[in-house]
Design a protein around this ligand. Structure first.
Ligand SMILES: Cc1ncc(COP(=O)(O)O)c(C=O)c1O
Length: 390
């Protein structure tokens, strides 16, 4: 007798970075010196005010479910945060708190997508987005993008590829795996183009706040934004709270009720203690600490870029945000998975193959995360490693 899993589940691709992470940890357990540049999360602990607030909430017995849409005080506080941080007027009603932005992405796609409908996204993209669409029996419409457009979708791409089957377009700015941005003026034009075609525009701003040489920006700062725009965000990256599993989305009014109903069924509420922790991070002066961390990431980006350049590596883009550098390794290999596995085995530097993020150029690209401070040493090891490919 065989106990089969569903066809849908059997088609879900693994997140390869987790495999590299497991291999790296196994080598570390054998005593090898590993430099982790595969992990897409800040190496800093979450701010201490978060720990304190969660502990206080637990001690006060605040350990029950919250409203599905989130603690009213947190939604209110986030609305104020949008005003102060992004100069964006957001109604607290439109803010939906979720278990990580991963849930926000799933909720929003579940709310809008019918089987067979298409979701347009760039190749490379955040890999889970493709899997969310597959789970809903939708179709992924991938548009290969290159360094010419900073590996981002543009209005021209939309004009070229839009068709009536496309229900939504997904972008991230800054993006994973490239750390590149879409300029606000372009984002607005894209939103308007799609609104005229009854197509949703899902803008993932999870790496906002972690941007360099420019202020944090949200598409929500535009006035008279069309009703097709959904913004995704999270406490994971800028706030350094990955393990607290807390995110949110800002949705047009007509989606609030359906997201509430979906959330009620899928998870009841986001983790309560995390919501109290998040409330504290927005209320306290943790923002000063987070700004210092942002500056450290900016210095690391500069150090990584400079070290790669002095090692003679060609870099096609200077990442403007997040903590990733997307590197074209086509002069060495067309098999990025093998390249990353060999690099890890031979040098102990763990990086992520581009195949996680896209088909088109994934085999000839890799992602380096500067979520580790041993940057120059890592580049030195990589430089020694690529000699064998020259
Ligand atoms: C672009 C992007 N969106 C969403 C997520 C999901 O993050 P979380 O569920 O921790 O909020 C990630 C995680 O790496 C990401 O890179």
């Amino acid at each position: 007798m065989t106990f089969a899993i569903s066809k849908t589940a059997s088609q879900i691709a693994p997140f390869r970075v987790m495999k590299i992470l497991a291999q790296a940890k196994a080598l570390q357990a054998q005593g090898r010196d590993i430099i982790h540049m595969e992990i897409g999360e800040p190496d800093f602990a979450s701010p201490s005010c978060v720990h304190q607030a969660a502990q206080n909430a637990a001690e006060q017995g605040l350990t029950h479910y919250t409203a599905t849409l989130g603690l009213p005080a947190l939604r209110e506080k986030l609305a104020q945060f949008y005003d102060g941080f992004y100069h964006a007027k957001v109604n607290a009603e439109q803010l939906v708190i979720t278990p990580g932005s991963s849930s926000a992405l799933q909720l929003v796609l579940t709310a809008i997508l019918n089987p067979g409908e298409q979701v347009l996204m760039a190749d490379p993209t955040y890999p889970c987005n493709r899997q969310f669409v597959h789970l809903l029996h939708g179709e992924v419409y991938s548009v290969p993008v290159t360094a010419d457009s900073q590996y981002q979708l543009t209005l021209d791409h939309l004009k070229q590829h839009w068709n009536p089957q496309i229900k939504a377009v997904m972008v991230a700015s800054p993006a994973n795996p490239t750390g590149t941005l879409i300029e606000q003026a372009e984002l607005l034009k894209m939103a308007q183009f799609l609104a005229q075609r009854d197509t949703y525009f899902i803008v993932d701003e999870i790496y906002q706040g972690l941007v360099y040489e420019r202020p944090a920006e949200s598409i929500l700062a535009h006035q008279n934004l069309p009703q097709n725009v959904v913004v995704i965000n999270s406490f994971s990256k800028f706030f350094g709270m990955t393990g607290w599993r807390l995110g949110w989305c800002v949705v047009p009014e007509h989606l609030i009720d359906v997201l509430d109903r979906l959330g009620q069924n899928l998870y009841l509420s986001a983790p309560t203690l995390s919501q109290y922790g998040a409330l504290a991070v927005l209320e306290s002066d943790a923002l000063t600490e987070l700004e210092q961390r942002r500056q450290i990431f900016q210095q690391r980006r500069n150090r990584l870029y400079a070290a790669m350049q002095s090692a003679g590596f060609t870099l096609k883009t200077l990442p403007q945000g997040a903590f990733y550098l997307y590197w074209d390794v086509s002069e060495y290999t067309q098999d990025s998975e093998r390249f990353c596995a060999a690099l890890l085995q031979q040098t102990g530097v763990a990086i992520t193959p581009g195949t996680d993020f896209g088909k088109e150029a994934g085999k000839s690209h890799v992602r380096l995360a500067y979520t580790n401070d041993r940057i120059e040493e890592a580049v030195q090891r990589i430089q020694g490693f690529v000699e064998q490919y020259r």
